[in-house]
Design a protein. Structure first.
Length: 170
C-alpha cells in the first residue's frame, strides 16, 4: 500500500470533528487517542463551551479515547479549588466533584510518561507533551506553550492542535 493511500485511510478513519485537520493526515498512531489539557476540560465540563459539544459526543460514543495521568487529574482537582474557578463553578451551578466524576468516567489513566525529547516552555504543560509523544496521540489545547510545539510534536508522531478549531469542525 502506498504512502498516499495509507494517509487517506488514516484520514477517513478520523472522527468527523478531527478529519479536516490537515496535520492529522500525518499522524502515525491511533488517530482516536486524545489528551485534553486542563483548560479544555474546564471548557467542556464547567463552562459548557458550545465548541466542546462534538468533543464530548466523541468521548461519550467512543469515537475518541481520552487518556491522562494521575498528575493531570491532580492538576484539575487543584485548579477546581482556585477562587476564580470556584466562583465560576457556582455561577454555572456545577460541583467540583461532578467535574472530577466526569473526568473519571471518560478518561483512561495511564502511567506517567518518560520525558519527551522536546521541552515545553511551561513546565506545567510538559506532562501533556510527554504523554502525547509516548502515545503518539493528539493533544487538544488552547495554550500557546503547547501549540507552538506543533511542528516538533508532529516530527515525533503527535499532534498539538487548538481544540476549539478541532471540535468546532464537522
Amino acid at each position: 500500500m502506498g504512502v498516499r493511500s495509507l494517509a487517506a485511510q488514516r484520514t477517513r478513519a478520523l472522527p468527523p470533528i478531527l478529519r479536516s485537520n490537515r496535520s492529522a493526515k500525518k499522524l502515525e498512531s491511533d488517530p482516536h487517542l486524545v489528551i485534553l489539557d486542563t483548560n479544555i476540560v474546564l471548557d467542556a465540563f464547567v463552562f459548557n463551551d458550545p465548541a466542546a459539544i462534538p468533543l464530548l459526543a466523541g468521548l461519550r460514543n467512543g469515537s475518541l479515547h481520552w487518556i491522562a495521568t494521575q498528575p493531570m487529574r491532580d492538576e484539575l482537582e487543584r485548579v477546581l479549588a482556585y477562587p476564580k474557578i470556584v466562583k465560576r463553578l457556582a455561577y454555572y451551578e456545577v460541583a467540583a466533584s461532578s467535574v472530577l466524576a466526569q473526568f473519571d468516567a471518560l478518561v483512561k489513566i495511564e502511567a506517567v510518561a518518560d520525558k519527551a525529547p522536546i521541552t515545553c516552555k511551561d513546565p506545567d504543560d510538559q506532562k501533556f507533551i510527554d504523554l502525547a509523544v509516548a502515545h503518539r496521540s493528539i493533544v487538544l489545547s488552547k495554550d500557546n506553550a503547547v501549540l507552538c510545539m506543533a511542528k516538533r510534536l508532529l516530527a515525533l508522531g503527535s499532534i498539538a492542535q487548538a481544540a476549539i478549531e478541532n471540535v468546532a469542525l464537522h
